[in-house]
Design a protein around this ligand. Structure first.
Ligand code: ADP
Length: 616
């Protein structure tokens, strides 16, 4: 990636981008949506629950009333079985058989009311008083019809009800007449039961019985014998029907505008002043319209409470905050990275400028160095060349002087003359070596495929005298064809072999020239059994004028190995040595191998130097 693109990417990352804003906004919308969805789901769920509980209340009351009705009709059936009337004993047995207390919780008792006309009254009273001497119909009223309660089971607790005349009071009487006329079960409007010391609202439940079944209203009125009835205290009825501990709704029951039962007041432990749900249902019950006002209670609110929507909302908002924080952090980090990248870029630019400047300087220096090197070499060549003539003259005239004045001068002056001749001779050697040295790069021939064995032969020929004098034994392996300058390679062999002879030990010199194939290179080795060289001097001996011995021990100028190094490097090779002092030395150098004749062209093209064809 190029720096511009990378920078643009970083810049984009560092800005609080619109994409970030969209992500956050979408996340918020999703959070609110999830919250709203969860909330409405929850509301629907608890509404359904409330409806279920409210339905249950209605169903339970309905069911219970039907059960009571059945008990009443059971009584009626019994009376019909006994020909239209029963005595107290028969009624008691029936009541006991239906097990009121257990099977009909909430019922106060079950009794028989007889329809007694004015004319029948004495006979009725006489009958009743046979059973209970103190029996009387009460309270007194103006009417000519009497609907007194003849028996009620259980007796205990219902004593006040015995003899109570239903005709004395409108609600009781109206419902009784309706039951009589309709032949159906009927309940009264709200009344206070005589046996209820709490004086709470109650009602009576009637089921009429007849002498014989009548099809018409007149028949029913004519044959009407009485009613089986059950008194109810609404509070007890509902407590028995709707266990408070099992529901989470409060109930208020109204008959028209009269409150029969009311749980909607703060005295109720489970009362909720601000109910979550309310429902009002008017149900027709046995001739009365009962209105059920049902409200959710406190326990409903508690049971319905659900933290899920709020958890979603709070959790979602918290995540959104984290995301915003993360974006801010990312953009800050990116900004830092951008600043860092900027500073790095500036630094790099500055470095590049510096580098360019130093490269420029370096190139200038290299150029200067090259010029001064060339000048120096030129100077060395010219100097050594120009020195040769006067040197030759000094040497020649000194020798002439020595020859002609030999008899005339004393020994001391003869010694002086020998020093002059010797000095001139050494200077001559030095100048020759120096000239050779400076010529390696400036006056060499073009590199070409050279038969290295020929060069070695030539070198050995040049060294013939030294070899003879030293009695050296020189052997050589088969040598390859390599890229080199013929006369320089001859000089190289000459230097190395002459050193091997010169730095010989007490034993007669044994010298071997070998060569190893290294693929594209050939590794030559000139091995001797001379005095050897301490490894600490390995580098030093390749420097010009560096010698390890003085002139009296071994003659020399200290140029030979420096010259050899130059020759090898010019051919693209390397030179080094291995030596064990006292045992001998191995001088190695490499040259580019010319494997076949047809490769020659190619190898020549790869030669390290352009050809300098100047001869000297
Ligand atoms: P010169 O022989 O003229 O002294 P060179 O450059 O040829 O100069 O050699 C440098 C030094 O390296 C010599 O003075 C000598 O001490 C050491 N040297 C070179 N060749 C050998 C050799 N084959 N064995 C031992 N020492 C050597």
């Amino acid at each position: 990636m190029d720096p511009g693109t990378a920078r643009r990417k970083l810049e984009r990352a560092s800005a609080f981008h619109w994409v970030h804003a969209v992500v956050v906004a979408m996340s918020l919308v999703l959070t609110f949506f999830a919250w709203h969805y969860s909330q409405s789901e929850h509301e629907a769920r608890i509404k359904a629950r409330f409806d279920r509980e409210a339905d249950q209340v209605l169903e339970l009351v309905k069911e219970r009333m039907q059960k009571y009705e059945e008990a009443l009709w059971g009584g009626v059936a019994l009376i019909q079985t006994f020909g239209g009337d029963v005595d107290f004993d028969q009624w008691r047995r029936y009541s006991q058989s239906i097990d009121l207390a257990t099977r009909y919780p909430g019922i106060n008792g079950i009794g028989v009311i007889h329809a007694v006309s004015e004319s029948e009254l004495p006979g009725y009273l006489a009958d009743q008083r046979q059973l209970r001497a103190d029996y009387r119909i009460h309270p007194a009223h103006e009417g000519d019809e009497y609907y007194p309660i003849s028996y009620i089971i259980p007796v205990q607790g219902n004593e006040q009800a015995v003899g109570l005349d239903m005709a004395h009071e409108t609600n009781r009487f109206t419902a009784a007449k309706l039951a009589r006329d309709s032949g159906k079960a009927q309940i009264t409007g709200p009344i206070t039961l005589v046996q209820d010391s709490g004086k709470t609202p109650g009602f009576l439940f009637y089921a009429p019985f007849y002498e014989e079944a009548g099809a018409t209203l007149d028949d029913r009125r004519d044959k009407f014998n009485g009613m089986v009835y059950a008194p109810f205290v609404v509070k007890r009825l509902l407590a028995g029907t709707l266990g408070k501990d099992k529901r989470h709704v409060g109930v208020r029951l109204l008959d028209g505008s009269n409150v029969l039962y009311d749980e909607h007041n703060p005295r109720e432990a489970d009362y909720d002043a601000d109910p979550l749900f309310t429902r009002s249902a008017t149900v027709s019950f046995y001739g009365r319209d009962w209105t059920f006002d049902i409200r959710s209670a406190k326990s409903f609110r508690d049971a319905a409470s659900n933290s899920q929507p709020w958890t979603i909302l709070v959790g979602g908002i918290a995540i959104d905050c984290l995301v915003i924080g993360l974006f801010i952090m990312i953009s800050r980090r990116s900004q830092q990275a951008l600043n860092y990248a900027d500073s790095m870029t500036h630094q790099l630019e500055a470095n590049a400028v510096e580098l360019e400047a130093s490269q420029h300087q370096l190139a200038e220096r290299a150029e200067q160095l090259e010029t001064s090197n060339a000048e120096l070499e030129q100077f060395a060549y010219v100097a050594s060349h120009d020195l040769q003539e006067p040197l030759r003259k000094i040497s020649a005239y000194a020798q002439l002087l020595q020859e002609e004045s030999e008899d005339r001068i004393d020994e001391e002056h003869r010694d002086y003359l020998r020093v002059v001749i010797d000095g001139a001779q050494r200077l001559k050697t030095l100048v020759t070596d120096l000239m050779r040295f400076s010529r390696i790069t400036t006056r060499g021939e073009a590199l070409k495929a050279i038969n290295t064995a020929e060069c070695l032969d030539c070198a050995l020929e040049n060294l013939e005298l030294a070899i003879e004098e030293s009695g050296a034994n020189i052997t050589a392996d088969e040598l390859p064809t390599c890229l080199a300058d013929q006369s320089q390679l001859t000089l190289l062999f000459q230097n190395l072999v002459s050193n091997a002879i010169k730095y010989r030990a007490q034993r007669s010199p044994n010298i071997h020239i070998s060569c190893r194939d290294l693929g594209s290179k050939s590794e030559f080795c000139v091995q001797d059994n001379g005095i050897g060289i301490d490894p600490q001097f390995y580098d030093r001996i390749f420097q010009i004028f560096q010698r390890l011995h003085n002139r009296r021990e071994y003659s020399g100028t200290g140029i030979g190995l420096a010259l050899s190094k130059r020759i090898v490097e010019r051919c693209g090779g390397e030179i080094w040595l291995e030596s064990v002092p006292g045992q001998g030395s191995k001088f190695f150098f490499t040259l580019t191998r010319v494997a076949r004749q047809d490769n020659l062209k190619h190898d020549l093209a790869r030669a390290h130097e352009p050809a300098i064809a100047t001869a000297y």
